[in-house]
Write a protein of this length. Sequence first.
Length: 584
Amino acid sequence: MIKKRNGMFLLGCCFLITLMACYRKTDQVYAGAYRDAPVNTIAFVGLNPVPASGNIGDRVSFKITGLDSVARYRGTTTFFINGVQAAIDSINVADSLLTVIVPDFASSGAAKLVVNNRNFYGPVFNVSGKAVFDSAFNVVGKNELGANILGTGVNGAIRALYNKKYATSEYLFLAGDFTTWNSEASYRPNQNSYYNGTSLFRYLTVLDPLTGLFRNDLTIGNGPNGRLLGICELSQYPGYLIYGGFSSYNGRGSGGINNITRILEDGKMDSLVRNVYNPDPNIVENNMDTLPVFTGGFDNVVIRAFIDAKGRIICIGGFNNYYLSDYSLSTAKNVYKIGTPMKQIAALSQTGILDTAYSYEPRSPTDGTNGSITGAVQLYNGTAPNGKIIVVGSFTSYNGMSANRIFMLDDNGGIDTRFNIGAGANAAISGITYNPVTRKLLVTGAFTMFNGASTPYGLVMLNEDGSVDPFFRLGNMVQAASNRGQLVNYAAQLSDGKVIVSGSFEKYSNPDASVAITRRGFMILNPDGTLTSGYNSLGAFNGQILDMLETKTAGGIRSVILAGSFSLFDNKPVANIAKLILYP
């Protein structure tokens, strides 16, 4: 009997152990060290607000779940459109709708709801305004919904714009570092391309300024073999002067092109065919060569060139020597060049001959500047663009005379002492622009003082005599945390007085105001430095503007073409060029 009981006891123990083991394997749940995080019931629903775009003062509704929680924390709830606080108009818990009023100086960007110090991010709301991205500029087709498909632009920086008007057409020249337009490479013979039959793709491209469409009525060719920094129209010959850093054009030059040359109105190199020295008369094709008529050049880059009132070409750059092509000693494979020391600033005839009376002493070249030159502009002489030239950079002297990062050239290439009698800039100047209508200069750089006036953000407006315009005052700027570039990297004035500014800033407050407005890299100011009402609703900008051109749309509305090195404009991906419509 005892054995039987013991057996049953052992069987019961085995069953209990087995049951406990099964429980451990399948049913036991261990509590964690921390409580589970509460489920977040607040969230934006849907892709777009209603309406998806609107004006300042409009009501816009966002679909949001968990509005009962929002209502409980109404006292600590705020709403933002692209960083600018918007007043909450109503909270409809039943329909999950939160309605806000689009605030003053709001710009296109993402919505953000803050509830009890917790952030919830929503869709983009597009704020309408008087400055509008032109979605009809450079259109290459339509998508399945009928919306415009924009071209991809260029694959490198656009350094300069030049507009030429004829009786029935306009040409917009783009000069820069690029080698493609809308992903198309330079013209290749026998290629069935959308751009077939045109020439200039590498570093020089020609568009219709109204539509942004590629012009295909120039002579077929490859253009220059290096970057261009500018183009200007000749006054004594038909065609244009192009300059930058290149040594051939359309595969021609034989070494006779040295960073500057002339081209004709149809895009061909202005050239001549002439006899050259042939060391082997048996090779008859080497008896002649096609050579540029412009026989002058330099050993390094030309950053700016202007035609002055005397018809001279005033060249400014990083060069140290002038080169003259001597075709009488040249061969078909190589142009013989005669070098003359000439530093940074020189005057040439429109055939390329050096003017030795300009900024030059015989047998003793002048010192030039003691630092780099970064830019220059030419003032208007009455109504003609052939006035005095102002030079800026990182230098403190020119030809041994004091010149704190800025000076004006006189007619002989020296310093015009009537310009900027003050102390100049206390640090490097990176750029300068000039508007011939307002007769104002805008100077940007790393300086914080100019002529004794405080310029904490490196931007100052000058009169034509170099004096500071006290009417233009900047407010406070906040730099973007992700962008440590120059706070203001470009500024230029439109003909109506408004000022376009680009840089690495994220917020801006008007002078004497304490409220900072979100302006991500781009803003339009009044002549006094305040934000222009209705013109600052554009979304984010990323990059640097290098040049701009006032023009019109195809419908005749005032607009401005912006070019440079930028990838984002009004929250839209772009490639270094965009057109902005400016409604009244």
